[in-house]
Design a binder for this molecule. Structure first.
Ligand code: C2E
Ligand code: MG
Ligand code: MG
Ligand code: MG
Length: 280
């Protein structure tokens, strides 16, 4: 990736527009144009049942593919998008893409429930006044069953002070949209969150796997959290599974679902279609 390209862009814009407002508008327009021009690519990472290895769903992950900037991972642009609010455009774009894929992945899992797609929603998106309205209008437009669309929200957004978010989450859950708490274990997680928050799926952060066998304390946490979630009727997904040993460990702990490079990397839509659309 060409470092300095962004700085050059910014410098150029700064010269062209003396006022800060005009500058910010131009950046925002640039992002909108990029969205319209399809410069954000959708990647899908499949999720598998750890019990029988069948495909249960996939997570949509965004990539920026820009003529000027090259190929960018979300960490390179999402923080900025969260600062300027543009993240909601991206999140709803991803949601629309997920809904439009319903016919492609519309087939039952081995347990009879349908294969799902999971979309990440930033807390910034959820805090926008028209969030529920926009969410509902997409759902109506595509006519998808609620259970198809998993709503992923990072653990850090589940703060008791964010009454607005908790209310929205509870409302979505009541209407049947499964709620997944993402990156569990990275924030100031409290186990009481599991008891009090309306969640259906717990996505355990890959941090608990990184040090693998030697990391006794991480392993103890997994041994504790997974049965606890299971006992509460919450589905468990472990992210970032990279080795057969990790997959075996999680299977032995009765973690429901695995996601990670060991099974499959996030892949462009075409590859996903090729590999999984025929899984019927
Ligand atoms: P996330 O939602 O926790 O997504 C999982 C991340 O782990 C993805 O990174 C995925 O590529 C990576 N991953 C999956 N398996 C493995 C593995 O086995 N090993 C390792 N080392 N990594 C693995 P990615 O795609 O770079 O996304 C980073 C974060 O950006 C996501 O974390 C999510 O929080 C955010 N993000 C991505 N797309 C969107 C989006 O459309 N909207 C919002 N709001 N956030 C998004
Ligand atoms: Mg996620
Ligand atoms: Mg995560
Ligand atoms: Mg995340």
């Amino acid at each position: 990736l060409k470092e300095g390209v962004v700085d050059n862009l910014i410098a150029r814009y700064d010269d062209e527009f003396k006022s800060k407002l005009a500058f910010e508008r131009s950046i925002e327009q640039h992002m909108r144009d990029a969205l319209t021009n399809g410069e954000y690519a959708i990647y899908l990472q499949p999720q598998f049942s750890l019990e029988d290895g069948s495909l249960v769903g996939a997570e949509l992950l965004c990539r920026r593919d820009s003529p000027e900037l090259g190929f960018l991972a979300p960490d390179r642009f999402i923080p900025q998008f969260e600062r300027n609010g543009f993240i909601s455009e991206l999140d709803f774009y991803m949601m629309e893409q997920a809904c439009s894929l319903y016919p492609l992945v519309d087939h039952p899992r081995s347990d009879g429930t349908p294969v799902h797609l999971a979309v990440n929603f930033s807390r910034v998106t959820m805090l926008q006044n028209d969030f529920v309205e926009r969410f509902d209008s997409v759902v109506r437009r595509f006519d998808i069953p609620a259970s198809f669309l998993h709503v992923e929200i990072t653990e850090s957004a589940f703060s008791a002070d964010e009454k607005v978010i908790i209310d929205i989450i509870a409302d979505l859950q009541e209407r049947g949209f499964p709620i997944a708490m993402d990156d569990f274990g990275t924030g100031y997680s409290s186990l009481s969150l599991l008891k009090s928050m309306p969640i259906d799926v717990l996505k355990i952060d890959r941090g608990f796997l990184s040090a693998s066998e030697d990391d006794v304390r991480s392993r103890r946490v997994l041994e504790y959290v997974i049965p606890l979630a299971n006992a509460l009727g919450i589905d468990t997904v472990c992210e970032g599974i990279e080795t057969a040993e990790q997959a075996a460990l999680l299977r032995s702990l009765e973690c429901d679902i695995g996601q990670g490079y060991y099974f499959a990397r996030p892949m462009p839509l075409a590859a996903f279609r090729e590999r999984y659309a025929s899984a019927r």
